[in-house]
Design a protein. Structure first.
Length: 132
């Protein structure tokens, strides 16, 4: 578990923007440009351009949209990641996931549907020519 969260912290140079502490219960939606970490209980939705980390004591009920998502706690709801979703051996994810990459450690629980999206390679559009 420590390895997963260490990797989560080192995935990029972003700083922790929002923290829901271990003894905190929060109901509502969070929008952020930076990293969101949940060690308490959140009922709602998180949307960030950065990463989302659900710590081992963390519990999330709702939807997560982020660049990368690292889960060691419990998530009940849909998870959408532009990059990857990592589930540690203590993770419990009850819901659908959509991501480019999914990493699941032995012991993790995933109940739901999984859609793997390839990164689209943009190709130049052919110019239309008018024939006379």
């Amino acid at each position: 578990m420590r390895g997963l969260l260490s990797r989560a912290k080192n995935t990029n140079s972003e700083k922790l923007d929002t923290l829901i502490g271990k003894e905190t219960v929060f109901e509502g939606n969070i929008r952020s440009q930076g990293m969101i970490r949940i060690d308490g209980h959140l009922k709602g939705r998180t949307i960030t351009e950065g990463n989302t980390v659900i710590g081992e004591s963390g519990r999330m009920e709702g939807e997560i949209k982020a660049n990368d998502v690292f889960i060691s706690g419990r998530v009940e709801g849909s998870v959408f990641a532009k990059g990857k979703i990592e589930l540690s051996n203590t993770a419990k994810l009850l819901g659908d996931v959509e991501t480019a990459r999914l990493i699941v450690e032995e012991g993790a629980l995933l109940e739901g549907n999984c859609a793997m999206q390839k990164k689209e390679i943009s190709q130049p559009k052919a110019k239309k020519t008018k024939e006379t």
